[in-house]
Design a binder for this molecule. Structure first.
Ligand code: PMV
Length: 328
């Protein structure tokens, strides 16, 4: 087969990946746990065409160029090597959510690309192999291949490190209300950010304590224990942002409204509402809540000065091949 299309959801990390033990193959310094976000997606098609002299990319109906095209082309090189071909490809991709602002667009983009490109190249990869492949495009993309609540396990900086599902989406109907504070593309992307992590004196302590946080988070998910989940995801988020802020040069993704939302969420929890915050490499705040409190939390978030929009997502499935899309 020369053509294939796939879709994948972004994911929100509950226990964050920040910093690599091996940068080129994107092997994380620590394990991470996330939830796929249904309702948000990247949809990508790949067509290998022997008439092409270079790879082509269309992203959100615009021609992809520069670093973005190079990154996609380097990823296609891995697929070409696996399938023993040197044919170039035309890639078309679209997201239904803002890119580069702390909703992991690279995760869903490379997960969808891994599924579409491997099928178009005639490869029949297992879920683990797809997760390993996606990881090489963007670390967090390995977590958008399996379904639901997902853990990317790392023990010895293994080259074959991949993510596995720890619970299906229907296990716990959590809601992620994403408070959009700024839709602009972030100034320092996560690839450059990972390379700075080791410059913070806090990174080694953060990584050393990761197995403990992973254990608490995994148990909280399996037991649907919101209080424990809330405490551990907020701690883990604060630890990652502390590393970012103390790197050289420093990375500060928060804006005044980011902090305002964090403080409100803490206050709401003290009032008895089941809500907790977490923030990826951007200013937007993911407010994770129990389904029973989600409507009120959404209304309150929308009322905070500086929150432009609230995007809502639910636990989502894994990356999937699409049969209905066909080449132009
Ligand atoms: O996959 P990358 O290189 O975009 O890194 C993702 C980093 C965070 O989103 C900040 C944390 C995570 O685990 O998703």
């Amino acid at each position: 087969m020369q053509f294939a299309a796939a879709h994948a959801h972004p994911n929100i990390a509950f226990i964050k990946y920040w910093g690599n033990c091996e940068a080129e193959a994107r092997i994380a310094a620590n394990g991470s746990i996330s939830m796929n976000l249904a309702g948000l997606y990247s949809r990508t098609s790949v067509e290998f065409d022997s008439a092409l002299r270079v790879d082509e990319l269309v992203l959100q109906d615009e021609p992809g160029k520069g670093d973005t095209l190079e990154r996609v082309s380097a990823f296609l090189d891995i697929v070409r090597q696996l399938s023993n071909t040197n044919t170039h490809a035309r890639v078309e991709s679209e997201n239904n959510f803002p890119m580069g602002a702390g909703i992991a667009s690279s995760a869903s983009a490379f997960a969808a690309l891994a599924v579409a490109a491997s099928h178009a190249a005639g490869l029949d990869l297992t879920e683990k192999q797809l997760s390993q492949l996606a990881r090489q495009g963007s670390g967090s993309a390995c977590r958008s291949i399996p379904s639901g609540f997902v853990e990317w396990q790392i023990s010895e900086c293994e080259a074959d490190s991949a993510a596995v599902s720890i619970a299906p989406p229907e296990h716990w109907p959590l809601v992620d209300h994403i408070a959009i504070v700024n839709q602009e593309h972030k100034l320092v992307g996560s690839t450059a950010g990972h390379d700075l992590a080791h410059t913070s004196i806090l990174q080694n302590s953060r990584v050393a304590d990761a197995p403990r946080r992973l254990e608490i988070c995994r148990r909280a998910i399996l037991q649907r224990d919101f209080e424990s989940l809330a405490e551990i995801i907020e701690l883990d988020c604060n630890l990652m942002h502390a590393v970012m802020m103390t790197s050289n040069p420093r990375l500060l993704y928060w804006e005044p409204t980011t902090l305002a939302v964090m403080e409100r969420v803490k206050a709401w929890r003290a009032e008895g509402f089941l809500a907790a915050y977490t923030i990826d490499a951007g200013p937007n705040v993911h407010v994770i809540c129990e389904a029973s409190h989600q409507a009120l939390i959404k209304e309150r978030l929308g009322g905070i000065f500086g929150v432009a929009q609230v995007i809502t997502a639910h636990p989502g499935g894994g990356a999937e091949l699409l049969s209905e899309m066909s080449p132009n």
